[in-house]
Design a protein around this ligand. Structure first.
Ligand SMILES: Nc1ncnc2c1ncn2[C@@H]1O[C@H](COP(=O)(O)OP(=O)(O)O)[C@@H](O)[C@H]1O
Ligand SMILES: Cc1cn([C@H]2C[C@H](O)[C@@H](COP(=O)(O)O)O2)c(=O)[nH]c1=O
Ligand SMILES: [Zn+2]
Length: 197
């Protein structure tokens, strides 16, 4: 049975903050509630295998990898009531319309994604997704430098902070990323920032 009124819930935060664990927890509870659940992820995230969503501490659920937001719509089965999407920050802006369409058709949509990229700037479609969601949960990891709450993700290249000019998308885990607080997060620039008037 479809929910009478659909909804969109989003879980955000830095890497290692527990977004995927929380997504998996909601998926498992929905299955206990006898909901028909489909889990999606962007194809680009191949860290732990193609057809699985896996947390940093090893929990996992099966997932359908998709190359575009629109492919999610193509895969929705008639009995589905809950749609879960991990790593939603990797999708193009079209994901906003897709999520809106699914929720407006009566489905419960639950997504997890990085709010900020390694530069500390909003990641892809996240600002708009956070605005249209009925429910937002912001999680924090532990800063590996000082032990405070971590709101940022530090990218490291050869153990040094990555430069601002580096590409935004780089799939990885502990070997390239650390959770850090605002004070311990650093993003050196190769070129000085230009003044804008
Ligand atoms: N710096 C850290 N702070 C908090 N948890 C960490 C940290 N480093 C590793 N972890 C582990 O990561 C788990 C969260 O993993 P996960 O749900 O995959 O996070 P996310 O999806 O937000 O990257 C935690 O339960 C913990 O076991
Ligand atoms: C900060 C940042 C991260 N990524 C990549 C690295 C990982 O593959 C995912 C995040 O995974 P998690 O489930 O949140 O641990 O995103 C990136 O491509 N660019 C970045 O700036
Ligand atoms: Zn810190």
């Amino acid at each position: 049975m479809k929910h009478l009124s659909g909804r969109f819930e989003i879980i955000c935060g830095s890497m290692f903050s527990g977004k995927t664990e929380e997504l998996i927890r909601r998926v498992r509870r929905a299955i206990i509630a006898k909901q028909a659940v489909q889990v999606f992820k962007p194809q680009i995230d191949d860290r732990y295998g193609i057809e699985v969503v896996k947390s940093h501490d090893g929990q996992n659920v099966e997932a359908i990898p998709v190359a575009t937001p629109e492919a999610i719509i193509d895969h929705i089965e008639p009995e589905t009531t809950v749609v879960a999407i991990d790593e939603i920050q990797f999708f193009s802006e079209g994901i906003v319309d897709v999520v809106q369409q699914l929720a407006s058709s009566g489905l419960r949509v639950v997504a997890a994604g990085l709010d900020l990229d390694f530069r500390g700037e909003p990641f892809g479609p996240m600002p708009e997704l956070l605005c249209v969601a009925e429910e937002v949960m912001k999680l924090h990891a532990i800063c590996v430098v000082c032990g405070d709450l971590a709101s940022r993700t530090q990218r490291l290249v050869n153990n040094e902070p990555a430069h601002y000019e580096d590409p935004i998308i780089m799939v990885g885990a502990q070997e390239s990323y650390e959770a850090r607080c605002r004070k311990c997060h650093s993003v050196p620039r190769l070129q000085p920032a230009t003044e804008t008037s």
